[in-house]
Design a protein around this ligand. Structure first.
Ligand code: NZQ
Ligand code: ZN
Length: 380
């Protein structure tokens, strides 16, 4: 196990009725910016609960944050933060709203001419940020308990992430009842995203970290166990609660402590969203089995361990097939053609993008432009 620092400053308020608990956590006497998306929180009662909890505080609202939040939209909110003297951000929604809040929190106090630098440097230039809290309504990204944010730029077809200790939420409310209104497609997406987050930190090579392995496998097993039920029965509280907590633990930095990490699936996936508009999780289900087969020799020991412990199968190939079958069983396609995308063309574009940036990813740093292209061509 490698050296690591584990510091997660986010307070989690989990369970029914916990939105009310933000009342004594959001600062008094300063303007608060309430951020939300396309309106789901107005339809499912979350907005009313949040406003009730905020009481007489001065609240400025900014809605309309898109799925795959846009830089231009975030910059409008930055203008509002400055104009109104906002001192605290409250994000209510899915990962997109939370990620936007993190970027706005950093950009509003960024000391430099162009806040895009925050993304171009993946967070290196972030020295401070406004504090933020979240009310999560979509279990998937883990954004509620990490320092990551992913922002898109339509005009250049870019989707970049940044990471900073300064944008961990101060608190996050996780009330499973707020997720009962999710369309089945978003639940499916969330399960696959959480599954992939565990895998990016687990499916590498043995690293003398048996506890991290067992935690990872426990999250995977829980997701497999509740997936069908929580899609079929959205209001089954217990299944939804297990799903929600699994998604948070999948990417709150715990699983990744002291172990090698991959993340090549996510990096290739972000390009697929930028170029083809696929949902984030849709890209992961396509790319991940391809990365595993491409790195079959290097990943064999972990693939076999995963196969044995999670699926009860003996070979690396069987473990990969089981994973693809699982994704399909919850309605998630695993091939580019399922989305009408030409693999050769997609590979060419992603390869060019990786080459232009000089990027390479993976636990061995060998998923470069050529490898990304090769992997995508196998996912036709
Ligand atoms: O916009 P509204 O109206 O709120 O509707 C949203 C949106 O249309 C809807 N929704 C959310 N909660 C709902 C609901 N509808 C009904 N009832 C509810 N309770 O769901 C749609 C999708 O929301 P979005 O926030 O885009 O989804 P998700 O949480 O999957 O976030 C995806 C974004 O997160 C990034 C992705 O790249 C993508 O941009 N990621 C962030 C990460 C992080 N911060 O650590 C890691 C991930 O790997 C990922 O890259
Ligand atoms: Zn993800």
């Amino acid at each position: 196990m490698d050296n690591f620092v584990y510091h997660n400053p986010t307070e989690i308020l989990f369970g029914r009725g916990t939105i009310a608990d933000i009342a004594d956590r959001v600062p008094d006497g300063v303007p608060v910016l309430l951020l939300y998306g396309g309106g789901s929180i107005r339809r499912n009662g979350v907005y009313d609960q949040v406003r009730a909890a905020l009481g007489v505080r001065r609240v400025v609202e900014f809605g309309g944050i898109e799925a795959n939040p846009q830089f231009a939209t975030c910059m409008k909110a930055v203008g509002l933060v400055r104009a109104e003297g906002v001192r605290f951000l409250l994000a209510a929604g899915g990962g997109s709203v939370l990620d936007a809040a993190k970027f706005i929190a950093a950009a509003a106090v960024f000391d430099g001419p162009d806040p895009w630098e925050i993304l171009r440097t993946h967070g290196e230039v972030v020295k401070t940020a406004l504090p933020l809290g979240t009310v999560l309504t979509l279990p998937a990204t883990g954004s509620e308990a990490n320092g990551n944010s992913v922002i898109s730029r339509a005009e250049t077809r870019e989707k970049l992430h940044f990471t900073s200790a300064h944008v961990f939420p101060v608190f996050s409310v996780l009330d499973p009842e707020t997720t009962f209104t999710l369309p089945a497609k978003q639940v499916r997406n969330g399960i696959v995203d959480a599954f992939a987050h565990v895998m990016e930190q687990y499916m590498t090579r043995p690293s003398a970290a048996p506890l991290q392995d067992r935690i990872a496998e426990g999250i995977l097993q829980t997701l497999v166990e509740i997936a069908g039920r929580t899609i079929a029965e959205p209001a089954d509280y217990d299944a939804r609660a297990s799903f929600m907590w699994s998604a948070t633990l999948a990417l709150n930095t715990l699983v990744g402590c002291g172990v090698p990490q991959d993340w090549s699936t996510h990096m290739i996936g972000h390009e697929l969203t930028a170029f083809h508009g696929l949902d984030h999780a849709e890209t992961l289900a396509i790319v991940m089995p391809g990365v595993w087969r491409h790195k079959l020799t290097a990943k064999r020991a972990k693939l076999e361990q995963y196969g044995r412990r999670v699926w009860g199968v003996g070979t690396a190939e069987d473990a990969i097939t089981q994973t693809e079958d699982f994704f399909r069983s919850i309605g998630m396609p695993v091939r580019l053609k399922d989305h009408g995308i030409d693999a050769a063309e997609s590979a060419r574009r992603v390869e060019a993008r990786f080459r232009e940036r000089g990027d390479s990813f993976g636990e061995d740093g060998d998923i470069d432009a050529a490898a990304a292209g090769t992997i995508l061509r196998t996912r036709a």
